[in-house]
Ligand binder design. Structure first.
Ligand SMILES: O=C(O)C(=O)C[C@H](O)[C@H](O)COP(=O)(O)O
Length: 205
């Protein structure tokens, strides 16, 4: 399942949704632009309801982001999340993902963190915070010793640097918030968001 999430498109939009009523038009705009896997961050009061709303949008994969606790995994799963993303990984988070059967894309920023996750079977991992942790040169350096891990770099990824990450043999997709800027969501400018999504979906073309 995480393989499907990470290979569906070159970019996973990282979404911050303040108003539940924005969730479905936003998700439809992104799916229309060719980005079906969506990460809804748990940074707003509306996030859990937004996940439930997005889970009903045809063609969308409703993911939950900023996962920090076992309770959030339980709640997101029952809200309809089909995958989860966390900035790092803890024992209790990994246990909860297993218990509630939520496919997890856990975060790692160093070789040791990536190795610990690999020991637990995670061959897809988020590289976070990508730019601050050394960017594409750091991530590319993992290919030699850890070729079996595929990463989704997130954090500081932009339309300008995304292609450099996507050219790495251990990167299949990137995550980023630039796809859905707050100003466009607040304005309900779904067409503009579809256009940004389309350019992102074409990054590998
Ligand atoms: O909330 C989470 O789950 C995170 O781990 C952090 C986000 O993925 C990044 O903050 C997105 O980074 P930007 O694209 O630079 O805005």
């Amino acid at each position: 399942m995480i393989a499907k999430v990470c290979t569906a498109a070159p970019v996973i939009p990282v979404l911050t949704i303040d108003r539940v009523e924005d969730a479905q038009p936003l998700a439809r705009a992104l799916v229309a632009g060719g980005l079906p896997a969506l990460e809804i961050t748990l940074r707003t009061a509306a996030a859990m309801e937004a996940i439930a709303a997005v889970s009903e949008v045809e063609g969308a994969m409703a993911g939950v982001g900023t996962l920090l606790t076992a309770a959030q995994i339980r709640d997101a799963k029952s809200a309809g999340a089909t995958f989860g993303v966390s900035p790092g990984a803890t024992h209790s988070l990994i246990e909860a993902a297993r218990e509630y059967d939520l496919p997890l894309l856990p975060g790692a920023a160093t070789a040791t963190e990536a190795m610990r996750l690999l020991e637990q079977g995670f061959v897809f991992q988020k590289f976070f915070p990508a730019e601050a942790a050394g960017g594409a040169p750091a991530l590319g350096s993992m290919v030699g010793p850890l070729p079996q891990i595929t990463f989704c770099p997130t954090g500081g990824v932009t339309p300008e640097n995304a292609k450099t990450y996507l050219a790495l043999p251990n990167t299949r997709c990137v995550g980023g918030s630039w796809i859905a800027p707050k100003a466009l969501i607040d304005a309900g400018d779904w067409d503009q968001i579809t256009q940004i999504a389309r350019r992102a979906a074409d990054l590998l073309a």
